[in-house]
Design a protein around this ligand. Structure first.
Ligand SMILES: [Mn+2]
Length: 313
């Protein structure tokens, strides 16, 4: 059921022992939202624990004091808060791995929120961090510098520095408020965009060499093979933007080979519905930015994607 900020805040105010969980492969918005709400609830005197499965990416290590990878999930909670996803299948910890407790979803994706009894969602909102900002403000909890930095991280990453189609007046307004509360845009940008390793750049250069263009150059596809990553974790989050930034591109596709198949990032300049393509292949997201995971080879994934794109273009 869709609920508003008042009801979401009432649910949180009535709980003393809160467990917070994000989505798999958490991004800056997910991690910033998790960090900010956990710290705000702790500051207000509640027990609040955020659980993540994998270590924080290097670029978000400034959030490490509250977000350490958990191997053991607490056995009890009064309330579970799921952040930045519309689907239980996308949760970093599945419902089966979590204690039984009322669950509140706070999210900004288009999707099947009916899986959650209580969902505070707004798909027009640029970042989940903005919804978390509304909740913290409603609860009357002070936003200190650390919470401000975390929420600002969510907005700046999900809007790609205020350049994506989802960048709204509200995104600027809340970002301005957060800077007033102490968020440091220069420092956050230095971490988020300036933490690449030489291996990341080597992988990027190989990936750029894989560029393929379809449909009169309006569909740009990049791939990243595992053998190009030298066995290391590569920060691929921004690779897809190089394909999007081609003048002719309407839809950019990044296919990344993983241990279990492929991960696919889709970015649209606005005319093409990236989410519609993702949903056909079991993924989800937004009109301008969507993602899919498939148990497939790069060649199989490319063929499946091009088939769906041909039907929709
Ligand atoms: Mn988000």
């Amino acid at each position: 059921m869709k609920i508003g900020v008042e009801e979401a805040s009432r649910m949180i105010a009535g709980a003393n022992d809160v467990l917070l969980v994000g989505h798999t492969d958490p991004d800056g918005d997910c991690l910033g939202s998790l960090y900010a709400l956990t710290k705000a609830l702790k500051d207000s005197g509640k027990k609040a624990v955020a659980v993540i499965k994998k270590p924080l990416p290097v670029k978000h290590r400034y959030l490490a004091d509250l977000l350490a990878p958990e191997t053991k999930v607490p056995e009890k909670a009064d309330l579970i808060i799921v952040l930045d996803t519309a689907r239980t299948a996308r949760q970093d910890f599945s419902p089966e791995e979590l204690p039984k407790a009322p669950t509140l979803c706070i999210d900004h994706h288009l999707g099947e929120h009916e899986e959650y009894n209580d969902s505070f969602y707004d798909e027009k909102c640029a970042a989940c961090a903005i919804l978390v900002y509304r909740v913290i403000t409603k609860l009357g909890i002070e936003i200190d510098k650390k919470i401000a930095d975390a929420l600002y991280t969510g907005i700046v990453t999900d809007t790609n520095s205020f350049t994506n189609q989802n960048t709204t007046e509200e995104a600027f307004q809340v970002a301005t408020e957060l800077v007033r509360f102490g968020a440091d845009p220069g420092k956050i940008a230095a971490y988020v965009y300036g933490s690449l390793s030489p291996n990341d750049l080597t992988a990027l250069s190989k990936s750029l060499g894989s560029l393929e263009l379809y449909h009169n150059d309006t569909v740009a596809v990049l791939t990243l093979k595992k053998e190009w990553t030298c066995g290391q974790d590569v920060d691929t989050e921004l690779f897809v933007n190089y394909a999007r930034n081609l003048i002719s591109t309407e839809l950019a596709v990044m296919i990344i080979e993983t241990d279990t198949g492929v991960r696919i990032n889709l970015r649209s300049k606005g005319n093409f519905d990236a989410r519609a393509v993702a949903v056909e292949l079991g993924g989800g997201g937004h009109k301008a930015a969507a993602g899919i995971r498939m148990q497939a080879t790069i060649d199989e994934a490319r063929a499946a994607l091009l088939k769906v794109i041909s039907e929709k273009i």
